[in-house]
Design a protein around this ligand. Structure first.
Ligand SMILES: C[S@@+](CC[C@H](N)C(=O)[O-])C[C@H]1O[C@@H](n2cnc3c(N)ncnc32)[C@H](O)[C@@H]1O
Length: 354
């Protein structure tokens, strides 16, 4: 289906990503990242059936002075957004001090959380720290969410957190849902709940083959994936915007029917992730292993890592290196798909839908 807005956005992206590479190779200059995500802890209070973050263990976490020093470097580079994920970020007692610090340095901040620890006092502290965006995970209606998260209070706590943050006018309060065969049939019910809560942004991500989700039992069958796309297509109207996560950067025949703009994986172009102990990689879902590490931000200046690393993403060489991608008609739309999905050989949308 032809979509004019999509068409112009595609041209804009081509110009940006091409000029990124050209500027790099010709002048040695570099665009700074806009979005830096910090994987701030592996501690968690819940036990999600699909948790990908269990894929690595760390003996040490970055300390408050260490991450503040990195934030100083990010501020110098004029990074626009610094967000935290985990584990459960709010288990770090220094979290709001760190996010306030980033804010005073001119960087907007965000938190991805299960919402469990956000009571009235914490919601006020988050607002006072100037946090721009809080994403609360909600994987279904009460029974389903509690079952997936392994805690009988987790749903009520998450709902309460959404209400409290909205009452305090935190600028963006969004919801994230990870879709598995265990909750795909509950999306309609969840939609009703989010509309009642007046949530404006719903990020839906298909489960990725990492951590506890490496077992195929949690991955979606083709019919379920199509069902999800049909659901998003028919529900994405009105005030609630529904976005399908970055791990599906191209949706084949559903692409322009669901998205009004292309979704490009921005790793190495405008985004990257700082790992729990300071190693920089593309995104938090990528395993924190030497293969994906670009350098340690406590051993080297962040700028040096950003400038000299991330070559494989910027060259987009994967689409020629993978024979299947090289021969594919959509290679310039999906650019080889998501690197994390590739870990489980789930990166090709045509294969997933077959
Ligand atoms: C890793 S959690 C960390 C932040 C926080 N503890 C939370 O629950 O939101 C961030 C998000 O990643 C999602 N997630 C975890 N494992 C995943 C997987 N294997 N595939 C896709 N998303 C996953 C979670 O459901 C959650 O929405």
């Amino acid at each position: 289906m032809f979509n004019l807005r999509y068409f112009f956005a595609e041209i804009r992206d081509q110009i940006f990503f091409d000029s990124f590479n050209n500027t790099l190779s010709r002048t040695g200059k570099i665009y700074p990242p806009y979005y830096v995500l910090w994987d701030c802890t592996r501690k968690c209070n819940l036990h999600c059936a699909h948790c990908g973050a269990t894929k690595e263990k760390y003996s040490e976490e970055l300390t408050e002075p260490q991450i503040k020093k990195i934030i100083d470097e990010l501020a110098e580079l004029r990074v626009g957004f610094f967000a935290v994920t985990g584990g459960e970020p709010l288990l770090r007692t220094d979290l709001l001090s760190i996010l306030s610090y980033a804010k005073t340095k001119g960087i907007d901040t965000g938190i991805a959380t299960n919402g469990f620890f956000i009571d009235a006092a914490m919601a006020s502290k988050i607002k006072e720290a100037g946090v721009s965006s809080v994403q609360i995970s909600l994987d279904g209606p009460e029974e389903t969410h509690n079952k997936i998260r392994g805690n009988s209070q987790s749903y009520q706590k998450a709902i309460n957190a959404i209400k409290l943050l909205k009452e305090r006018n935190v600028p963006i309060v969004s919801v994230a849902t990870t879709v598995t065969p265990g909750n795909i049939n509950e999306l309609e019910k969840l939609l009703k709940i989010l509309l009642e809560l007046n949530v404006r942004l719903w990020r839906i991500t298909v489960v990725m083959p990492i951590g506890r989700a490496q077992t195929k039992k949690l991955l979606l069958a083709p019919a379920e994936l199509k069902k999800l796309f049909e659901f998003v297509k028919s529900s994405n109207k009105g005030k609630l915007i529904i976005k399908i996560g970055e791990n599906l950067p191209f949706l084949a025949e559903y692409e322009t029917r669901i998205r009004s703009e292309p979704l490009v994986c921005t790793i190495g172009f405008t985004a990257c992730c700082i790992g729990v102990d300071g190693n920089v990689r593309g995104c938090p879902e990528q395993p924190d292993i030497p293969k994906y590490r670009e350098g340690s931000a406590i051993e080297k200046p962040f700028l040096e890592i950003w400038k000299n690393g991330f070559r494989r993403y910027r060259s987009r060489s994967i689409i020629e290196a993978d024979p299947k991608c090289a021969a594919c008609k959509s290679k310039y739309s999906c650019f080889g798909g998501c690197w994390v999905m590739r870990e489980g050989n789930m990166h090709c949308i045509y294969e997933l839908l077959k």
